[in-house]
Design a protein around this ligand. Structure first.
Ligand SMILES: [Cu+2]
Length: 373
């Protein structure tokens, strides 16, 4: 930090000296008027253009080589492949076009730099040239847009066909809660107005709705591999976004409405941990963690918030576990239903109250009997 500050101060001092020499030069009336570029200035600028071209190509190649491994591993959802393909083709086209146009831009900048005595040619227009450079981008962009719309429509085709698992993702500052429909796979009605913290009804589930009784509320999202999941997102407070990068899935969570996203997980957590890219990433991460003296990390799918929703936004996350159908069924069978957790608690409270009341009455009775005696 001190080094950075010293460096900044030195740079600022250098700029100040440079500005002062400039003022001094300008004040000398005899010197050549340096504000007008001469041939050597133009030449230097031409070479600088070349240097900049080499710099941007160099930094692009460097970034690809060094940071390629930072990219996400293979998509773990059915639609993820289409999504990645669209992204990679778009990348390739942009990369190809920018490589050529940057080279042309900088080369012509250098070639036609200012020179004493050289006069620019007035060139009104060329219909054929303009036609070519208009029609090619139109075709390419229209193709990308149509392909993108097609992919988007396929991904966002949320229906109840193929018996999807219904899961609610509930966002609040700064954590996630998941709710399953239970045996009937139907979520009970819910509304933030029904939130009852005292009775642990944190999601505002309508206790009078019979569909809510078997709902299962958890803090770790389990998904069976190969089964379609329809997510229904809600938010309690502000705009959040449910981002599941490994499944190429993201949807905003908006207060006052239910948004949806659907995907089919295709790779279990255990299988993903064996993926060479993931193995490599875990190895690299754990080397850094070991240096810091932290415990080793193990790969897990993750649900993140992708809207800056407040001061702890960065840590708003939930673990996702994709497992076989049998493992999933075994896990969900162990979870408490809404009725068991919330409604039973209330029943207990009621019985306790009754007991207290009866005991109280008994006391009164015994007092009464005692006074009679
Ligand atoms: Cu958030």
């Amino acid at each position: 930090m001190t080094a950075l500050l010293t460096f900044t101060v030195l740079v600022l001092v250098a700029i100040a000296i440079w500005q002062m020499t400039k003022i001094f030069e300008l004040s000398q009336t005899k010197t050549e008027r340096a504000e007008i570029a001469n041939d050597s200035d133009n030449k230097n600028n031409g070479y600088l253009l070349f240097a900049f071209l080499i710099f941007i190509y160099g930094i692009t190649i460097f970034s690809f080589a060094k940071y390629y491994k930072m990219l996400l591993p293979e998509a773990a959802s059915e639609h993820g492949g289409d999504y990645d393909q669209l992204m990679w083709v778009s990348f390739a086209i942009i990369f190809f076009v920018q490589t050529i146009t940057q080279a042309l831009l900088h080369y012509f900048g250098y070639k036609y730099r200012g020179e004493k005595g050289r006069k620019a040619l007035f060139f009104a227009d060329n219909d054929r040239l303009e036609f070519i450079w208009t029609i090619i981008p139109v075709i390419v962009l229209a193709g990308l847009i149509l392909w993108g719309l097609y992919t988007w429509t396929n991904i966002m085709d949320i229906n109840e066909d193929d018996d999807p698992l219904i899961v609610e993702l509930y966002a609040q500052q700064f954590n996630w809660t998941a709710r399953y429909g239970g045996d009937d796979n139907v979520l009970g009605e819910a509304n933030v107005r029904l939130i009852d913290i005292a009775n642990a009804n944190v999601l505002g589930i309508d206790e009078s709705d019979p569909n809510a009784e078997d709902d299962i509320i958890v803090k770790e999202l389990h998904l069976p591999v190969g089964r379609k999941v329809n997510f229904k997102m809600r938010s309690q407070d502000v705009l959040h976004s449910a981002y599941m990068p490994h499944f190429r899935a993201q949807m905003n969570c908006v207060p006052g409405m239910i948004t949806q996203f659907s995907f089919t997980p295709t790779i279990t957590t255990e299988e993903m941990r064996l993926n060479p890219d993931v193995v490599d990433k875990v190895k690299r991460t754990n080397a850094i963690r070991a240096q810091k003296g932290d415990d080793p990390w193990e790969f897990d799918y993750i649900l993140l918030c992708n809207k800056i929703c407040g001061k702890s936004h960065y840590n708003m996350q939930m673990k996702i576990i994709v497992e076989t159908e049998e493992e999933f069924n075994a896990w969900i069978a162990e979870q408490k239903t809404f009725k068991e957790s919330v409604m039973v608690d209330e029943a207990e409270v009621e019985t306790e109250e009754q007991v207290a009341r009866t005991e109280g009455e008994a006391d009164v009775e015994s007092e009464e009997s005692a006074s009679e005696e």
